[in-house]
Design a protein around this ligand. Structure first.
Ligand code: PLP
Length: 445
C-alpha cells in the first residue's frame, strides 16, 4: 500500500516541466489515465515500483499518439486500382505541387479579377473540362451521388422518370437507385425485365407526366447470357422525339482507349458524347483518376437550370476540389497521363510488372517468394467481370498470418487460393522501395 501512496499527485504531475508546452485541457485526461493505469498495475501486482521519469515519458508518448492522424497512407498490394475502401484514385504529388500556391493563398474562387467584382465558383474547372470533352457546359458537385440527386430533383421532381428494371442497382451500400430517385422527388417508372429492356418498353411507358428517360450504368455487376438493353443513342433519339430529357448516370468515365479489351467492353466518354445526350454524370475519382467529385456534362441551358437549384448550395465543392480536379484535367489536356496514377497503373504492361517482380524478388530474397501471374479487376464499380492481367509476389508462409503481419505494417495484400499475394498491378511507384523494406522486416522478424 505504500506503493500506492508513492503515486504522484495529479496536480503536481501536471506542473512537470516536460509538459509545459501541452494544452492543460488535453493533458489532464492523459495524466489521469496514465496514473490510473499505474494504480491498477500496483493493485494487480504487475507494478512493483513507481518510476516518475518513466511515467512522464509515457504521458508524453500518449500526448503525441493522441495527435496522430486518423487517415494514414497504406500500400495497395491488393491489385485493385480503384479500391473504394482504400480511397479510390490517388493524386500525383506533382499535381498536388502545382495546386499548392492556389490552395495556400486567397484565390479568385468567387471573384472576377478582370471586372473587379463577384465571380462564379463553377466557372473555374469548367473551362478546361469543356475544352477536354467538347461539351456545351459542365457543372462539378460533391460526388456523383449528388449529381444524380440534383439532376432528378431539378428536372423530374413531381414528374415521372423511366428506368430499366435491369438498372435499378445498389452501388456501395448507401446508393440505391430507387431510393435516391424517391428522395429526389421523382416517381420511378420501371420498365422491361431484369435481363431485357427494349426501346419500345420506354416508348410504351411515356405519359404526359414523363420528365426524363434515365439510364444507369450497372457498375458493380453484369448480366451474362440472354440480355438486351436500349443504347444511349436510342434513348437520346426517343427523348428528342418525345420532347423529354435523357440522362445517363455513367458512374465511371474514361477518355482514351484502355488496354486488355476494356475499351471494347464499354464505350469511352467521348464515344458516348457523340450521340449528343442531354446530360451525363460521372465520378471524378473512378477511372477518370481525379479527386472525389460529381462531374455533370451536357447542354448549357440544362446546366444553367441546375445552377439555379437551391440544392446546389448544399452540394457545392470546395476550392480544394476545384483546384485539384483542374490539375487532373490539365494533365489530360497536356498529354501527361503518367501524372494520373489510376491510368498510369492501368496502362502498365505485363512485361514491366514482371520486371518489377523480378527486381523486388531479388531484393527480398528469392527463397522467400515466388512470382505468379494472375488476374485482377479495375475495381470501384468499373468494368465488373472484366479481368485484367497482373503479376504478384507470392510470399511463402501461412497466408492469413502473413496477411495480418503485412496489414499491421500498413501493407494491404490479398489471399488467393490460400496464398498470400502482394499484387503489383495497383502498386504506386513511390511505394515500390518501401514495400521491399517492409517485406524484409516482416520476413526476417
Ligand atoms: C459510383 C457510382 C455512383 C456514385 O458515385 P459517387 O461518386 O461514389 O458518389 C452513382 N452511380 C453509378 C452508376 C456509379 O457507378
Amino acid at each position: 500500500m505504500s506503493l500506492l501512496r508513492s503515486l504522484p499527485k495529479i496536480d503536481k504531475l501536471m506542473a512537470h516541466d516536460a509538459f509545459a508546452s501541452f494544452n492543460p485541457t488535453r493533458l489532464a485526461p492523459c495524466v489521469k489515465a496514465a496514473v490510473e493505469a499505474l494504480r491498477q498495475g500496483i493493485l494487480e501486482g504487475t507494478v512493483t515500483h513507481v518510476d516518475e521519469n518513466a511515467l512522464v515519458q509515457e504521458i508524453c508518448a500518449r500526448m503525441e499518439e493522441s495527435l496522430s492522424p486518423s487517415l494514414v497512407p497504406l500500400v495497395n498490394a491488393t491489385g485493385v486500382i480503384v479500391h473504394t475502401n482504400l480511397g479510390r484514385s490517388c493524386l500525383s504529388p506533382v499535381l498536388l505541387t502545382r495546386a499548392t500556391a492556389a490552395l495556400t493563398h486567397y484565390t479568385n474562387l468567387e471573384y472576377d479579377v478582370q471586372k473587379g467584382r463577384r465571380g462564379e465558383r463553377y466557372a473555374h474547372v469548367s473551362r478546361h473540362l469543356r475544352e477536354l470533352l467538347g461539351v456545351e457546359d459542365v457543372l462539378v458537385v460533391n460526388n456523383n451521388a449528388s449529381a444524380v440527386f440534383l439532376i432528378l430533383n431539378t428536372f423530374a421532381k413531381g414528374k415521372e422518370t423511366i428506368v430499366s428494371r435491369g438498372e435499378l442497382v445498389e452501388i456501395g451500400g448507401s446508393f440505391r437507385v430507387p431510393e435516391v430517385m424517391s428522395n429526389s422527388g421523382t416517381t420511378l417508372v420501371e420498365v422491361g425485365a431484369t435481363n431485357k429492356t427494349r426501346l419500345s418498353d420506354y416508348t410504351n411507358a411515356l405519359t404526359e407526366h414523363t420528365a426524363m428517360l434515365m439510364k444507369v450504368h450497372r457498375s458493380n455487376f453484369s448480366i451474362e447470357g440472354f440480355s438486351e438493353e436500349a443504347s444511349l443513342e436510342e434513348l437520346v433519339g426517343l427523348a428528342k422525339e418525345k420532347g423529354v430529357l435523357d440522362y445517363y448516370d455513367l458512374g465511371s468515365a474514361y477518355l482514351a482507349d484502355l488496354p486488355y479489351g476494356l475499351s471494347h467492353a464499354e464505350p469511352s466518354l467521348p464515344k458516348l458524347l457523340v450521340h449528343n445526350p442531354s446530360l451525363v454524370s460521372f465520378s471524378g475519382d473512378k477511372l477518370f483518376g481525379g479527386v472525389q467529385a460529381g462531374i455533370i456534362v451536357g447542354k448549357k441551358a440544362l446546366i444553367d437550370r441546375l445552377k439555379k437549384n437551391q440544392l446546389l448550395r448544399m452540394l457545392r465543392v470546395d476550392k480544394l476540389t476545384l483546384c485539384l480536379l483542374e490539375e487532373t484535367v490539365k494533365a489530360y489536356l497536356g498529354g501527361e497521363t503518367h501524372l494520373i496514377p489510376t491510368l498510369d497503373l492501368l496502362l502498365r504492361d505485363v512485361k514491366s510488372l514482371e520486371a518489377l517482380a523480378k527486381k523486388m524478388r531479388r531484393q527480398i530474397g528469392a527463397e522467400k517468394c515466388d512470382i505468379v501471374h494472375s488476374q485482377t479487376y479495375v475495381g470501384g464499380g468499373t468494368m465488373p467481370n472484366r479481368p485484367i492481367p497482373t503479376v504478384a509476389l507470392h510470399v511463402k508462409g501461412e497466408a492469413t498470418a502473413l496477411e495480418r503481419r503485412f496489414r499491421e505494417r500498413h501493407v494491404i495484400g490479398r489471399i488467393e487460393r490460400d496464398r498470400f499475394l502482394l499484387d503489383l498491378r495497383a502498386l504506386l511507384k513511390e511505394d515500390e522501395k518501401p514495400l521491399v523494406e517492409i517485406c524484409k522486416k516482416v520476413l526476417n522478424a
